[in-house]
Write a protein of this length. Sequence first.
Length: 384
Amino acid sequence: MATINLIRGMGSFFKECEHPESRWPRCPHEYTIRYRNTAGRQIEASGFTTQDNAKSRLAEVYQTRKNNPQSQHKAARIQQYGPMQFHEYVTEWKAGQRDLSPSSLRHLNSLLVHHLYPAFRSRRMGTFDHKVVEAFIQTMERNGVGLATQSNTFDKLKSILLDAHRLGHYDDNPLDGVKPPQYDPKRAVIPSPAQIREIRTAGDDTFRLVTDLMSGCGMRNGEALAVNINNIVADDVYRITEQVNQTTKTYAPLKHRKAGDYRDVPLAARVRHSIESYADTYGTVDGYLLRHPRDLRRPMPNYCIANQWKRIKNGGLVEIPEGMVVYGLRHFFASNCLSHNLPITDVAEWMGHRSIDVTFKIYRHLMPGSIGRAAQVLDLGLAA
């Protein structure tokens, strides 16, 4: 089958029959044209009875594309970025994220290394669509990735693909129809006060201190590992200023905060006594209580608590709710606050949530009261 190419970029026409090109004008078969549309995709169209009709249509398409520089630019971008591998595109994208703090950049790199690159490192950018993204979320779910990590990873992938979409790389948004990972409050397994009392004494003194800090002050795991006696700013107030970063194993700013930011949390008498007793027994290094068991110059790593938790659960000597993880100690703090009618706005601030919506989504089922209860309270005021 012969093909006649016209001027560069205009396209070509041919006949899908056994006749040579010299007999095409007298051959009864129709002409087919081939060209690239404004998005850079190759198109074939048939049904042209004469060469003039085929050439006329090619000239029309060519002129439309020529008069539409925006489409030309889009086609050029698709041609440039479509074959690019995901990790190559991310390298360019990261260069434009100049507003990221050092801790945010470390968090981004951690999500890339542990989740996004293993799944997409060599994938061509032109092959992403909603099915690819949905399959990735389902894979994270099957692999037991924590819901917070699922959500953070999805947010980063979303930012990257939306950047490509804004460049005109995709005709359709590759995230349309994708259901983001959702935090299910039923998965926030919370121990009872009686269970907390048993759990806190099931490990060594270090485990007890971390348990008291998480369940009594609402600290995250890494924040508890960075406990410092100098952060007791009042008999009933502890100032959380930093955390032990799980990736770098070093002290780092708080989650969602810049270096130097802090949050003050209630310090129950028992928790203060736990901090002071530990300091009296084991001493401190620059005020820090928990240090690496083999190198006092370094912070205590997360695995020291994780390993104890695993032994306690496997030992079966303490009643632990089914499905509870170490983070459930922090959930207990929120539950304790809300069940005693402390304002959810305060709880959100003490826990360091970016938004009260996060607190409400996770713990709304713990909040006492309802519309009926509200009606009774309002009625008391109206009747006064």
